[in-house]
Design a protein around this ligand. Structure first.
Ligand SMILES: [Fe+2]
Length: 271
C-alpha cells in the first residue's frame, strides 16, 4: 500500500502573520506553482490513495477574493490521476459554509465526503471530519463517534487520517499554536480514544499543526505531518515555499513514513 499525504496547502496570497506581528512567513503565493510542478511526479507514482488533508487556502474572508484561490486549487486537485480523498480543514469554513464548500467540490467532480473508510490490502483507512462547538473548538459528533465505533473492522489494521489530532501534543515552540495548544486536537479527544483503545488501530495521522510530531499512547502511534506551504520558510524568505508532502508505504508488516521537501526527504519514520 502506498499513500500520498498533502496537508495544509494554504494556497493564497502571502501576507503578514496574524499571530506574529510584522512577520511574513507563509509562502502562500507560491503554493499553486509548487503543487503544479509536483503533479507529474505524483501522477507517475503508484499511489493507492491520495489524501488532501484540509486547509487548502489561506483565506482573506472576502468571498470574491477567496473564490479564485478555491478555483485554482480545485483545478490542480482535479489533475491528480489517482483516487483523491479531501478532508475538511478549519480555514475552509472561515469564508464559506460547509454546504457551499461541498458544492464547490462537487462542481469540480471532486470527492466531498469528508469522512469515510476504504480497505487496501490488510489495512483499513478511515478518515474523519469535525464539527465546531459553541466554544469554537472542533469535535467529533455523537453520530460520527457511533459510526466510527461500528466502522472499525477488527479483521484489518486500521489507520486514521484527520485534519485535527485525536490527542493533545507538546506545542511549545510551534509558530502557530504555542499559545493555544488546545486548538490542535478534538475537544472530545477522550471519547474518541475510548473507542480506539478497544480496536486494532495502529496509526492516527493528522495535519493542522504544520509540523512533525510523533508519540504513542494506548499502543496507538500518533503522527502529525507538516504543511505543504508553511514550515521551514524562515521570516527572511517569504517566497520560499517548501512544497512538503508525505508518503506512507507498507512493506512486510512495517509502515514507512517519509516527508519530502520537493525531491528531498527530511523526515523518515518506521513503525
Ligand atoms: Fe488547520
Amino acid at each position: 500500500m502506498k499513500l500520498l499525504l498533502v496537508a495544509d496547502l494554504h494556497l493564497g496570497e502571502s501576507r503578514p502573520s496574524s499571530t506574529h506581528e510584522g512577520i511574513i512567513r507563509q509562502a502562500n503565493s507560491q503554493a499553486s506553482k509548487k503543487l503544479s510542478e509536483l503533479i507529474p511526479f505524483f501522477n507517475s507514482q503508484r499511489f493507492d490513495l491520495i489524501f488532501q488533508m484540509g486547509d487548502i487556502v489561506r483565506e482573506t474572508g472576502d468571498r470574491n477574493l477567496d473564490a479564485p484561490f478555491y478555483k485554482n486549487v480545485f483545478s490542480l486537485l482535479s489533475s491528480f490521476n489517482k483516487p483523491l480523498i479531501n478532508l475538511l480543514g478549519n480555514h475552509e469554513l472561515n469564508t464559506f459554509t460547509l454546504e457551499e464548500l461541498k458544492q464547490f467540490y462537487i462542481q469540480s467532480n471532486l470527492d466531498s465526503n469528508f469522512f469515510g473508510s476504504k480497505i487496501i490490502n490488510c489495512y483499513q483507512i478511515i478518515w474523519l471530519d469535525h464539527q465546531i462547538n459553541s466554544e469554537g473548538r472542533q469535535y467529533l459528533s455523537d453520530e460520527r463517534l457511533e459510526w466510527l465505533d461500528k466502522e472499525i473492522n477488527p479483521d484489518y489494521q486500521t489507520i486514521l487520517v484527520s485534519h485535527y489530532s485525536i490527542i493533545s501534543n507538546d506545542m511549545r515552540g510551534n509558530f502557530l499554536f504555542e499559545d493555544k495548544p488546545q486548538d490542535i486536537y478534538y475537544a472530545n479527544s477522550e471519547d474518541i480514544l475510548d473507542i480506539l483503545k478497544k480496536k486494532e488501530v495502529i496509526l492516527s495521522i493528522s495535519g493542522h499543526s504544520h509540523w512533525i510530531s510523533y508519540k504513542t499512547k494506548d499502543n496507538i502511534n500518533f503522527l502529525s505531518v507538516p504543511s505543504f506551504s508553511e514550515n521551514i520558510a524562515a521570516e527572511n524568505y517569504p517566497d520560499n515555499n517548501p512544497a512538503i508532502y508525505t508518503i506512507l508505504e507498507t512493506f512486510d508488516s512495517s509502515l514507512y513514513i517519509k516527508s519530502f521537501s520537493g525531491k528531498f526527504c527530511f523526515f523518515s519514520l518506521e513503525i
